[in-house]
Write a protein that binds this ligand. Structure first.
Ligand code: ATP
Ligand code: MG
Length: 198
């Protein structure tokens, strides 16, 4: 019945969120004792993001937030697909969680010189200027009361930045309060990595 489908939908959303938090906690714990194995494989980012998008639609349906891919180009990088999936999961989870009713999450992938650029943009509550650097710190959350009611630990963005930096990339945040946020990820293209190490 429709009622069951709705309940199962929100249970699934909660399960995905819980396993994300557990994985985040484990990853931080392991990284502190230098026990994280990063794989190094060639990744077809376009296929990777398209596959992720199918899954993301599952955990955005319950939230009245739309998820769209705006622009997508071919890009190959080297790295750990499982960890990069975590980056997308954490950023999209935020983009949905800190959004507004009927808001949207827009993802793009393109290349710029020797880098792949991934943009995750939302039409949510935004992050005040003074807080923008701090959100990447461990356990930091902007609006304590609001964040607490939404659930979470404040580890998501710390892990995102850590994974991106271990891949030789960088992440920047552009945000305006009340309008939305955009996280831009830069990752070196596979050819560049090969050329540098040659
Ligand atoms: P979790 O560990 O479950 O991810 P969290 O979402 O609170 O918890 P982070 O993902 O690290 O932790 O984000 C830190 C804080 O930055 C959030 O609590 C929120 O205040 C703010 N924030 C992050 N992403 C966004 C966004 N897209 N729009 C508005 N605020 C955001
Ligand atoms: Mg988060």
């Amino acid at each position: 019945t429709e009622q069951y489908q709705e309940i199962l939908g929100s249970l699934l959303e909660e399960v995905i969120r819980l396993s994300r938090i557990i994985d985040d906690l484990l990853l931080v714990a392991k990284s502190q004792i230098g026990q994280v194995n990063m794989e190094d494989h060639e990744i077809d980012l376009r296929a990777f993001i398209e596959e992720f998008a199918d899954e993301a639609e599952m955990f955005t349906t319950q939230s009245n937030v739309s998820f769209t891919i705006e622009r997508i180009e071919d890009a190959h990088i080297r790295g750990d697909a499982l960890r990069l999936r975590r980056v997308l999961l954490n950023l999209v989870d935020n983009a949905v969680k800190y959004n507004v009713e009927n808001g949207s999450v827009i993802v793009s992938l393109f290349t710029e010189e020797d880098d792949a650029i991934i943009s995750i943009r939302d039409t949510g509550i935004g992050i005040p200027k003074a807080e923008q650097a701090k959100v990447f710190e461990r356990f930091y959350r902007v609006d304590k009361e609001h964040s607490r009611s939404l659930g979470g630990t404040g580890l998501g963005l710390y892990i995102v930045r850590w994974i991106i930096e271990t891949h030789g990339g960088a992440i920047t945040l552009f945000s305006e309060e009340g309008k939305g946020s955009e996280f831009i990820i830069k990752l070196p293209l596979a050819e560049t990595v090969v050329r540098e190490s040659a």
